[in-house]
Design a protein around this ligand. Structure first.
Ligand code: SF4
Length: 278
């Protein structure tokens, strides 16, 4: 893993995403290296883009900038829109933790998305400000082997489940992101059953989202090429109906992440738009 410290000009960027006014990404790049990750498309750092999962840039002056910017904003800050804010490097730099302190102590609402149990390290802050924060966990499958293939550098699903349960039990608002749903890979009845069950037992909203095919997935050697090609004729409608019906039966609030190819659905409440990250 290559780690470089960089200085940036701004901590927060305006977000055009529904229910999210600003994005905060303490790192550029993400060592979780998910094979489907769209976030690589949203950086202009060539090295990070070309070696996605292997290079992480640390915004070393983030906190001093955020202290100035946070007092001037109103709205919701999405933490981890194009990187996982709790990827391993966070245990060394603590930029996400410090950012939460700055934002929440100023009364700024925050929505976090992650695949890591490291978020429970910050339970003290999250619980103290539970009215201002929600935490979402991306879980694409509970099968550890498949998760290792899809998300090679990310913590196993079991760790995410434990963290979700811990935060939910502590009274923090939680949600579960089932996405991307990839035809023939993680769209089976068993996955649906398990994830809806997990959302039910933790009182989490379930967001779901299909795989959005991007050119990099169509490269001849890309492991998702076949699945990506099969999305076009896939029976998405039937799949969603099955999922929504399961949610209804189990009393789970269920929301679509996108409509069509990439059109965001307006959400209500504190929950944020969820994209590819975390
Ligand atoms: S999908 Fe999220 S966790 Fe995975 S590499 Fe991309 S930003 Fe990181």
């Amino acid at each position: 893993m290559i780690v470089r410290e960089i200085r940036v000009r701004r901590a927060l960027t305006r977000s055009g995403l529904p229910d999210i006014d600003y994005a905060l990404n303490p790192y550029i790049g993400c060592s979780h290296g998910c094979i489907y990750c769209y976030a690589r498309l949203y950086t202009d750092k060539k090295e990070v883009k070309e070696r996605w999962g292997e290079v992480v840039l640390v915004k070393i002056n983030l906190i001093e900038l955020l202290r100035r910017e946070a007092s001037r904003i109103r709205g919701v800050v999405g933490v981890g829109t194009v990187t996982d804010p709790y990827q391993p490097i966070e245990s060394e730099y603590g930029l996400t933790r410090e950012s939460l302190k700055v934002l929440l102590r100023r009364g700024v609402r925050v929505s976090i998305q992650t695949k890591s149990g490291l978020v429970t390290r910050d339970k003290d802050i999250l619980v103290e400000h539970r009215g201002l924060v929600d935490v979402g966990f991306t879980i694409t499958t509970l099968d550890e082997e498949m998760a290792r293939w899809l998300e090679p550098g990310a913590p196993p699903p079991s760790e995410r489940v434990r963290a979700l349960e811990e935060l939910s039990s502590a009274g923090v608002r939680t949600w579960l992101f089932y996405g991307p749903v990839i035809p023939g890979i993680n769209d089976g009845d068993e996955v649906v059953e398990e994830l809806v069950g997990l959302a039910a037992s933790t009182g989490s909203i379930l967001y779901y989202d299909s795989l959005h095919v991007k050119p990099f997935m169509l490269a001849p050697e890309h492991p998702l090429r076949e699945a990506a090609l099969s999305t076009r004729g896939y029976g998405w409608r039937r799949f969603w109906e099955r999922l929504v019906e399961k949610c209804r039966k189990m009393g789970v609030k269920c929301r679509e992440g996108f409509t069509g190819d990439a059109v965001p659905v307006k959400r209500t409440g504190l929950m944020k738009w969820v994209g590819s990250s975390g």
